[in-house]
Design a protein around this ligand. Structure first.
Ligand code: SF4
Ligand code: SF4
Length: 278
């Protein structure tokens, strides 16, 4: 059980670090080339490797056959791959790959040390419940505005782009402010951007309702210790349902047997329909 635990945790940690460093290096290489430094590496724009770019340009692509300003066709390909993977496993991009999610998690580790048991429990439940739907409004507004203007409007408020380009002078002041706010909020709430604002997380989260391999809990072996609930960064109550179908799950797998759950083969990833949903 311990070996399995460390393998799963290691896989997630390595994936998160690799993705974070990959994006940081891409942004740095592009900046250095732009200011005239000669580096034997290809210049790749972050917009070319952003699957959400594919989502916002779908309308433009269908209407005119072109792409929204600054975007690349690779973004469309990544969007399709991202949606197929989400159909199988849910928002695994959020749990394992997104560098902004990783950034919030890292800051959250400090917040957990500062606020101990109060950390990630500070937003009143009644408000939290409704605030979690805000990200669908953001998604609708971004897709609509991009379709109307054919410009990458989200870039002006995107903390992900700001995180990796803040030093380049090409990031809007609003995006920098939002990055600072998200970073500070992450000291109090785990993944505040993911929970309340992220439009890509909103889209991927919908796949939780239908994806093939959800997190499942076996009632027959569950000892109701609620360790799965305590481990969930998105405050999902895993311990009462048979399958996690919450639109907020980020497929981080922290609740699984071998990680949070102390009983073998009780919280698992498995195909199947039906049962009470968490
Ligand atoms: S919800 Fe958004 S910011 Fe959070 S991990 Fe997913 S894509 Fe990244
Ligand atoms: S339910 Fe499990 S997999 Fe989903 S976000 Fe919570 S801990 Fe992660």
């Amino acid at each position: 059980m311990k070996a399995k635990k460390s393998r799963l945790r290691t896989l997630r940690t390595v994936t998160q670090w690799a993705m974070f460093l990959f994006v940081a290096v891409l942004a740095l290489v592009k900046y250095l080339k732009e200011i005239g430094v000669v580096i034997p590496l290809p210049e790749i724009s972050l917009h070319a490797v952003c699957p959400f770019g594919g989502v916002v340009t779908v309308y433009e692509f269908l209407a005119t056959g072109g792409l929204v300003q600054k975007l690349h066709s690779s973004a469309l390909a990544l969007m399709v791959i991202g949606l197929l993977v989400a159909f199988l496993f849910g928002p695994i991009f959020c749990g394992y790959f997104c560098p902004l999610g990783t950034w919030q998690e890292w800051i959250g580790k400090l917040g957990r040390k500062l606020f101990k048991k109060k950390y990630n429990r500070l937003v009143p439940r009644a408000a939290d419940k409704y605030l979690r739907y805000l990200r669908y409004i953001v998604l609708g507004a971004v897709v609509y505005q991009t379709a109307v203007t054919a410009k990458l409007v989200f870039a002006d408020v995107d903390p992900y782009y700001a995180l990796f380009n803040f030093y380049t002078g090409e990031v809007a002041f609003t995006a920098i402010l939002i990055l600072i706010a998200v970073t500070l909020l992450s000291l109090l709430v785990e993944r505040p951007w993911c929970k309340y604002f992220c439009p890509y997380g909103a889209l991927l989260g919908l796949f939780n309702l239908i994806h093939i391999f959800p997190v499942r809990r076996r009632e027959s072996t569950c000892i109701h210790c609620k360790k799965c609930d305590a481990a969930c960064p998105m405050n999902i109550t895993v311990s009462t349902g048979d399958a996690v179908r919450s639109h907020q799950c980020i497929t981080c797998h922290e609740c699984l047997s071998g990680l949070a759950c102390p009983v073998e083969d009780t919280v698992i990833v498995a195909a199947g329909k039906g049962g009470k949903q968490a």
